[in-house]
Design a protein around this ligand. Structure first.
Ligand code: SF4
Length: 85
């Protein structure tokens, strides 16, 4: 059996649907991209479509964002194909 890499994403955005105690992200995958590209993509384009998205270099961390963010209770958690682990 191949070794599996266990990765943890730490996040303090506590009003996100995927956020969990201890500042953990429980999304099974996320998409981090540039603010400018994120502004142009619909909610349904997210981590499952990452391989089809153009590269988006940025200058500072402030130019990037988590596109997978979904406000808790918004009812939009199932739009992008990302699931809770
Ligand atoms: S989906 Fe993004 S914003 Fe939401 S908890 Fe995970 S890393 Fe944070």
């Amino acid at each position: 059996m191949p070794n599996q890499v266990q990765q943890h994403i730490h996040c303090s955005v506590s009003n996100c649907h995927y956020w969990a105690q201890g500042n953990m992200c429980h999304a099974n995958e996320i998409l981090v991209t540039s603010d400018s590209l994120s502004d142009t993509l619909p909610d349904r384009i997210d981590a499952p479509a990452a391989a089809q998205i153009q590269q988006t270099p940025v200058s500072t961390c402030m130019d990037s964002c988590c596109k997978t963010f979904v406000p808790k209770g918004s009812g939009k958690a199932n739009v992008d194909g990302v699931i809770n682990k």
